[in-house]
Design a protein around this ligand. Structure first.
Ligand code: AMP
Length: 280
């Protein structure tokens, strides 16, 4: 497994792969890899001749400095897992290499970034789209895989690549859960044992409310109330948002449920912010 630490070396690798008429599938990550990440790597393996994974904790997408400082890292374990998945190359850049002095260019997707995490994490998506565009220019993949755990991110990247005529196919991978139903996340290690158990309620509530929404003629505000009632009553558990949206346009819904509705939630368990969603 090759490891490249600069954009220049990774770009040279892309050139040599293309010279051999081979295709590249790419999985960008922030590391501390779990089975959710590895399911994307497995999908990448099915799509192309060469699989590239990047590990980079992108400082520009963190609106909360404490979240960035406490983001978990275990490079040794990550590289071992990627080797087991027969990954061909890992891109491990430094922030200095990607954002040198005088860096001043950013990408902004206007509408899809307005609701949900765009509202409650100002600047987050500008950081995400900028790094993803840079990574795509460096890795030059034919396919790039994004998890639907970060559903809004997936839609934003898909839009950006369409709008900017990027020669890459964006693929959305299914959300992977623990056997208890918790959406897998690198941030789980920062949860207390109690919060980890309680966090399962997010999925139980998403499932319950999506079933109710299809059966009865309840208003969306009644359904939201029903969702909130299913969260444990505790000072340390705080909802950030729970929202019904059109799953394609991400327009928040007020009264009517289209064929495919996205029900998305973000919730703090102590300092740890978890997101989850269901499309129904
Ligand atoms: P991250 O390292 O959190 O930036 O995630 C890297 C990629 O893995 C993103 O495309 C995420 O959407 C995806 N991902 C993270 N957790 C999961 C999960 N539980 N199921 C599916 N994809 C995931």
């Amino acid at each position: 497994m090759k490891i490249f630490k600069t954009a220049q070396l990774q770009q040279q690798f892309a050139k040599s792969v293309k010279k051999n008429a081979q295709t590249i599938a790419f999985v960008p990550t922030m590391g501390f890899l779990h089975d959710g990440h590895l399911s994307l790597v497995k999908l990448a393996r099915q799509k192309a001749d060469v699989v590239v994974v990047s590990i980079f904790v992108n400082p520009k997408q963190f609106n909360n400095p404490n979240d960035l400082e406490t983001y978990p890292v275990d490079l040794k374990a990550d590289l071992q897992k990627l080797k087991q998945e027969n990954v061909d190359a890992v891109f491990l850049p430094t922030a200095k290499n990607l954002y040198p002095k005088n860096y001043q260019t950013y990408v902004d997707v206007e509408e899809l970034t307005k609701p949900l995490c765009g509202l409650t994490r100002p600047g987050h998506f500008k950081g995400v789209t900028t790094i993803v565009l840079k990574l795509l220019n460096i890795v030059q993949p034919d396919f790039a895989i994004f998890g639907k755990k970060d559903y809004q991110q997936f839609k934003v990247i898909e839009r950006m690549c369409l709008d900017l005529n990027m020669p890459v196919k964006i693929i959305g991978a299914p959300l992977k859960r623990t056997p208890q139903g918790l959406a897998m996340s690198s941030r789980h290690v920062r949860l207390t044992a109690e919060h980890r158990q309680q966090a399962v309620c997010l999925y139980t509530a998403l499932k319950g409310v999506s079933e109710k929404a299809r059966q009865a003629s309840l208003s969306l505000s009644a359904l939201k109330k029903n969702f909130l009632k299913q969260l444990p009553q505790s000072e340390s558990i705080k909802i950030d948002y729970v929202e019904f949206l059109d799953s394609q346009t991400l327009q928040p819904l007020r009264t009517y449920l289209p064929k495919k509705t996205l029900l998305a939630v973000a919730c703090f368990f102590g300092e740890v912010r978890l997101i989850d969603n269901i499309v129904f």
